[in-house]
Design a protein around this ligand. Structure first.
Ligand code: ZN
Length: 143
């Protein structure tokens, strides 16, 4: 079961506090995820792979920080993801399914493993995935 909160409701409930942003690329796993999500092409062996439009690590870290500050929260089982749509329809990169690029291009950022300082990382998503669910706090839209 998935429960979502808009950014103000998530903040009011403390759902975005305590997230360690001191070194978002500090672990081998995080660096591997960055490499994976900035590689030059989709892989035909992957069900889904997203690729950021920039390999700039400083920009990647900035996007993580912005996502935590401005994003909505998605609670699924024991996991807490934070999503952020900077600008609807503005592509942030590409998305491949079994190596084939899909459309529309992803316009949302999704930070996952937010409860583990060495596991926090980010990939791209389509904002349309989050246009249906409403905030469990106020009933409003998530973004
Ligand atoms: Zn709300």
């Amino acid at each position: 079961m998935t429960i979502c909160y808009c950014s103000p409701c998530a903040s009011a409930r403390g759902l975005k506090s305590g997230i360690d942003l001191s070194d978002p690329l500090g672990s081998p796993g995080q660096l591997a995820k960055l490499t994976r999500h900035t590689s030059t092409s989709g892989s035909s062996r992957d069900p889904v792979r997203t690729k950021f439009d920039s390999t700039d690590t400083a920009l990647y870290v900035q996007r993580i920080e912005a996502t935590i500050v401005y994003g909505f929260v998605e609670l699924t089982g024991g996991r807490k993801n934070i999503g952020f749509v900077p600008s609807t329809g503005s592509a942030l990169g590409r998305k491949y399914v079994w190596g084939v690029e899909t459309w529309p291009q992803p316009d949302a950022l999704l930070a996952v493993n937010t409860s583990r300082s060495t596991g926090l990382h980010m990939f791209l998503e389509n904002s349309s995935k989050y246009s249906g669910p409403r905030c469990a706090g106020c009933g409003g839209s998530l973004w």
